[in-house]
Structures are given as structure tokens and as C-alpha cells.
Design a protein around this ligand. Structure first.
Ligand SMILES: NC(=O)c1ccc[n+]([C@@H]2O[C@H](COP(=O)([O-])OP(=O)(O)OC[C@H]3O[C@@H](n4cnc5c(N)ncnc54)[C@H](O)[C@@H]3O)[C@@H](O)[C@H]2O)c1
Length: 438
């Protein structure tokens, strides 16, 4: 089909006169909004959280990867603004949906946030508006859930408005890859939708990869994250095996990765965390089951990964046991509660489960995390304690759960009585009797 996008529409995009909006200004949405504003577009963010909107309007970032010194000039120049009002949608040429996609208590997809964003979008939909879903979700969401809502307006997709899906791949805390240099997969409900979305993203992202349908694009993201979940599950299982066999799993992986082809290292750890890897594969398995297909790898990896926090607690028990100390009544210091290194995000963090298990078994738990001043675990609110020699020495066992790079590990080893290192963070130090690896 020939490119039948109106030339005035394409010209507006190429000259960066199109007004873009992002719904949901979190880890995904705010960096995207900032990128459009940096490239000269007028960018408007919409969020239901009034405190986030106030913070952006004051030029203060709450996302570690977006320094306030980058955000503030964009706000001052009038190129970037944030609001809680849906009324701005009527003036926007392109809108990206970046709202959360968590699981329900039953572990089924919760797309209520997508619906909550799609309804006002339908109310304000207008000719030649481009709508792009970025939230990770099951294959079919764009066409089965959003398209019917937008089509109720009487406008025709691919002619009057453009709708597509583009998976978000941002990796918070990654200094090498950010929005502009992460290749972006794009798709549209029709060929024209895909062209419109490709045109828009090509102005801010170095490499844009078009695919044939929104279902393919939705599946791409689920493949990427399921790939990680399954491989981490495999290596976690290998770690459990190696422990039984008295083999150092870290040494095994280090040697295996010397193979220059056909092997990609994944590392064991205390369990999966964050808003993506533990959750996204379950979106896929839910949809597969609706189609009468029972996915096995996803469920198995999920089970193995979910068992890791308990394994960590068992290992703490073993360390204490060797010293004639029961877990009940012992003091344990957790190092790192964020779900991964160098970030402040604690969503789904395995550290929270480790803490819960320890508290349930009668241990007294403190934690230190340079990025997380306080957390809630097991109904209790805990505050990060300073990493002093006294705090380290007071613990019967120190557990490295998150390997933040700013932690002074030599100091940890100097003062701790025993350390369980679930991330191999102490690998640079000579083997020490008081350090046990996962
Ligand atoms: N965090 C990541 O590393 C990452 C990476 C790739 C993809 N994703 C996906 O991107 C999506 C967003 O994730 P995130 O980490 O940015 O979430 P987040 O919780 O950091 O941000 C979501 C934002 O949406 C806002 N919001 C919720 N409901 C809203 C509504 N109805 N209208 C307007 N705003 C609303 C929230 O207040 C919040 O600010 C999810 O689908 C996630 O799976 C996340």
C-alpha cells in the first residue's frame, strides 16, 4: 500500500513542530518525554500522581537516570511541561502510553492502568493523532483492547488516526544505553499507522525497526524478557546444583564465557526483581493459556527464580549453624534492597522477601542501601543504617543482596564476622574464610 500519510502531517513531524505527550511519567515515560523535548518538540507529560507533576514543573527529577540539571532547562524553556489534566490531549499530535502493567493478586495481567489511560484518549481523539502503547503487555492488547475503545469515536484507524505498539527497552542505571541509542521496534495496526509511528520515533531514536503487526511487537518484548527470566532460572538452578556438589558456580560461568560463540553468561542471584522480568513472562503465559497452550519454560523459570530468596535464607542458616548460632535471635545485616545495582527501585525486589523470611524465623534484620532510605517489609518499616564498622561487626551475618558499586566492600570484609555474597560482589578480594558465595 502506498504511503498515504498527509504531507502536512509528515512535515510537522520532520520539522519537530508536532506536539507530543506521554501518559505515565515513571522510569519509562519521563526519559521518553525528556528525549522529545531535547530534540526540540513541545512535550507534555500527563500523570495521575500530582506530586510527580509538581516535581517536574519545579524542574526536579525523581528518576536517577534523568538529572535535574537536564530536566530543569527544558521546563524553563517551555518545551517540557507536566500536568494531571487530560484536557491537553486535544492539542497533542502524538501520545505515548507508559503506564504500569502489574499482576493481580491471582498473578493474572492487570491492564486497568492501560484502560484508565485509553478512555480519556478516546474522549479527546482527533484527526491525525498518533497513539502508541509502550507499556509491556500480552499480545493482542493494542488491537483487542485499545482499538475498539478508540474506534467507538467513529474515527477510522489508519486514515483518521494512527495506533500502534512500540515496546520500551530502557534499562535503568545502564550508563551505556539510554532512550536515543536503544534500537526501537515499532508497529502499527495498519501500514499507515506503522509509517506514522516510524516517522515520529525516527526523529528522536537512532535506529527504528518496523515489524509487521502490533502482535509481533508485543511478543518481541515478551520474548526478550522471557529469555532473561528463563536463562536466569537455568543458572539459578545450576547454582543450587553446584552448592550441593561443592562446585563454585561463579568459576564455572567465568570459564564457560571464554567460549567466543554459542554461550552468553547469565548469573545466579537472590531472585528476580523489578517491574519487568518477574512479571512480563506471566503476561505471555496467561495469554498462551487462553489459546489452550501450556507454557512450560516460563512457569518453571518463574518457580526456580521465586525459590531463590528462601534459598538465601537457608544459606544464612547454614553459615550461622556452623558457628553454633541459631537464626532465631541472630542479627543479620542486608546489603542492598534495590532490585538491582545502582538503582533505587525496590519493586518486586528479592531483598524484601529475604528480609521477610528472616524476620519470620526470628532474626533481627537491619539493612544498608545507599539508594533506598527506607523500605517496608513484613509490615515493618525499616530505615537504612549507616555502614559503620560497628554495624558490620554487630551482625552475625552480612548478606550482600544487591551489589551497588558505591559500597565499600573491603570495609565490609574487614569488619563483618561472616558474609553471604549472593552476587559475587567480593570476587576481587582474595578468598576469605568468612565469605561464602551463593
Ligand atoms: N522500569 C523499567 O525498567 C521498564 C523497562 C521497559 C518497560 N517497562 C514497562 O513500561 C511500563 C511503565 O513502567 P515504569 O517502570 O515506567 O512504571 P512507573 O511505575 O515507574 O511509572 C508509571 C507512571 O504511570 C503513572 N500512572 C498510573 N496510572 C496512570 C494513569 N491512568 N494516567 C496517567 N498516569 C498514570 C504513575 O503515577 C507512574 O508515574 C510498564 O508496562 C513496564 O512493564 C518498564
Amino acid at each position: 500500500m502506498a504511503n498515504s500519510l498527509p504531507s502536512s502531517f509528515l512535515k510537522k513531524i520532520r520539522e519537530h513542530r508536532a506536539r507530543v505527550g506521554v501518559i505515565g511519567l515513571g522510569y519509562v515515560g519521563l526519559p521518553l518525554l525528556v528525549e522529545f523535548a531535547k530534540k526540540g518538540f513541545r512535550a507534555t507529560g500527563i500523570d495521575v500522581a500530582a506530586e510527580k507533576v509538581r516535581s517536574i514543573q519545579a524542574g526536579v527529577s525523581y528518576i536517577p537516570d534523568i538529572p535535574s540539571r537536564d530536566l530543569a532547562p527544558l521546563v524553563r524553556s517551555g518545551r517540557l511541561r507536566a500536568t494531571t489534566s487530560w484536557a491537553v490531549l486535544k492539542d497533542l499530535d502524538g501520545v505515548m502510553i507508559c503506564v504500569p502493567t502489574p499482576l493481580r493478586k491471582t498473578r493474572d495481567p492487570d491492564i486497568s492502568y492501560i484502560l484508565a489511560a485509553a478512555k480519556p484518549l478516546a474522549q479527546h481523539l482527533h484527526r491525525h493523532q498518533v497513539i502508541i502503547l509502550e507499556s509491556t503487555t500480552y499480545p493482542g492488547t493494542t488491537e483487542e483492547v485499545i482499538l475498539p475503545l478508540l474506534s467507538e469515536t467513529g474515527l477510522t484507524v489508519g486514515k483518521d488516526f494512527f495506533l500502534g505498539f512500540s515496546p520500551e527497552r530502557i534499562d535503568p542505571g545502564n550508563p551505556d544505553f539510554a532512550t536515543p541509542n536503544i534500537p526501537k521496534v515499532v508497529s502499527g495496526v495498519t501500514a499507515n499507522c506503522r509509517r506514522a509511528i516510524q516517522a515520529l520515533y525516527s526523529e528522536v531514536i537512532e535506529k527504528v525497526i518496523p515489524v509487521s503487526s502490533t502482535r509481533v511487537a508485543e511478543m518481541v518484548k515478551l520474548l526478550e524478557n522471557t529469555f532473561r527470566s528463563v536463562n536466569i532460572g537455568l543458572v539459578n538452578e545450576l547454582a543450587l546444583m553446584c552448592h550441593r556438589m561443592g562446585v563454585d558456580v561463579w568459576e564455572v560461568i567465568d570459564a564457560a564465557k571464554s567460549k567466543p560463540f554459542g554461550f552468553m553468561p547469565f548469573y545466579p542471584g537472590p531472585g528476580l526483581g523489578g517491574h519487568c522480568i518477574p512479571i512480563d513472562p506471566l503476561y505471555l503465559s496467561w495469554k498462551a493459556k487462553i489459546h489452550g497452550f501450556e507454557p512450560r519454560f516460563i512457569e518453571l523459570a518463574s518457580q526456580v527464580n521465586a525459590s531463590m530468596p528462601e534459598h538465601v535464607v537457608e544459606r544464612v542458616g547454614e553459615i550461622l549453624n556452623r558457628k553454633g548460632q541459631a537464626l532465631k535471635g541472630s542479627r543479620v545485616l542486608i546489603l542492598g534492597v534495590a532490585y538491582k545495582r545502582n538503582v533505587s527501585d525496590t519493586r518486586e525486589s528479592p531483598a524484601l522477601e529475604v528480609i521477610q523470611h528472616l524476620i519470620r524465623q526470628g532474626a533481627r534484620v537491619d539493612y544498608h542501601d545507599p539508594y533506598v532510605p527506607r523500605v517496608k517489609a513484613n509490615g515493618a518499616s525499616l530505615r537504612s543504617v549507616p555502614l559503620t564498622p560497628a554495624a558490620l561487626a554487630a551482625a552475625h551475618c552480612v548478606v550482600v543482596v544487591t551489589d551497588h558499586q558505591t559500597v565499600d566492600y573491603p570495609k565490609v570484609v574487614r569488619h563483618a564476622r561472616a558474609v553471604l555474597d549472593t552476587r559475587n560482589a567480593l570476587r576481587q578480594m582474595r578468598p576469605l574464610a568468612k565469605v561464602t558465595k551463593l
